[in-house]
Design a protein around this ligand. Structure first.
Ligand code: SAM
Length: 272
């Protein structure tokens, strides 16, 4: 397959010729802009690396990734795209397409041979849980370069106290350092989404041994985000002393507690 496939009319034509109607429930917004594809691949820095892609679609991103990566494992849940994907990937010998639901896959167990980079135009409906699960449970993936809705990107990268700070920000902050690489307009997709998107880069860091407990505490606190944590975390211990012992103000609220402070809380709770 030649480079023509990344031409907007060619991707559209490919979908049209297969009679494929984008499935909204599967978050199908196909990339039709070669410049955006090229920028994602450039930011991903995957020369010679193993790459896992979630939601390969017709392969608009898979193909250029395969051209520079050592290997690519590409998940796609929609079996009706398999032929188009095979067509796009014709001539490559380093791509394994897995027609499977990535929400049910244990990525840590399914990816072998060293470390991996996740590079994906994520399906908006399941993209966040897939990403957050991989961050927590698949340390083999040490870099994430993901195209997500702008709002999702903001949530992942939000600082404590900001409007968008929440459990995803805590999970991302505990497992990675991140930045927004660039924003993406709806016009680069077919069909066009209603919102802006963004490419977010997360580079894994060694998590605290208390990270899992910290996430559990954050989830509990954010369940009642308007309450002071001495109240929202009341069920975790008899008194609020453990919160003070962690050096955290018990009158603060979930959205003001930093990822590091959630770790301090987890350590204090465990210390009893
Ligand atoms: N990578 C292609 C591109 O950029 O043109 C398609 C991206 S599209 C935003 C998301 C893709 O994820 C769709 O092809 C959709 O079928 C697929 N998808 C949705 N849910 C999935 C799941 N649970 N597991 C694997 N793939 C999924």
């Amino acid at each position: 397959m030649d480079d023509d496939l990344s031409r907007p009319e060619t991707v559209k034509e490919q979908l049209r010729s297969m009679g494929h109607r984008a499935n909204k429930d599967l978050g199908q917004n196909f990339l039709i802009d070669p410049n955006t594809v090229a920028r994602i691949v450039e930011v991903a820095e995957v020369e010679g690396r193993n790459v896992v892609e979630i939601g390969a679609g017709t392969g608009a991103l898979t193909r250029p990734l395969a051209d520079i990566a050592r290997s690519v494992v590409a998940y796609e849940v929609d079996a009706s795209l398999e032929a188009a994907l095979a067509d796009t990937l014709a001539g490559t010998d380093n791509v394994e397409v897995r027609i499977d639901d990535a929400t049910t896959v244990d990525l840590q167990a399914s990816l072998v041979n060293g470390t991996w980079a996740m590079v994906a135009n994520l399906p908006y409906n399941v993209g966040t849980p897939i990403l957050l699960t991989a961050l927590q449970e698949a340390p083999r993936i040490d870099r994430f370069v993901v195209l997500v809705q702008r709002e999702v990107g903001d949530r992942l990268l939000a600082a404590p106290g900001s409007r968008t700070y929440g459990v995803p920000s805590v999970i991302a902050g505990l497992h990675a350092t991140g930045h927004l690489a660039f924003t993406v307009s709806p016009t680069v997709f077919e069909p066009q989404p209603n919102v802006d998107s963004a490419v977010v880069v997360l580079d894994r860091m060694e998590p605290s041994p208390h990270a899992a407990a910290a996430v559990r505490i954050a989830k509990t606190a954010f369940n009642q985000r308007r309450k002071m944590i001495r109240s929202s975390l009341r069920d975790l211990a008899e008194t609020a002393e453990w919160i003070e012992a962690a050096g955290v103000d018990p009158t603060t609220r979930a959205e003001q507690v930093s990822p590091v402070q959630y770790v301090d809380l987890a350590a204090s709770l465990e210390a009893g």
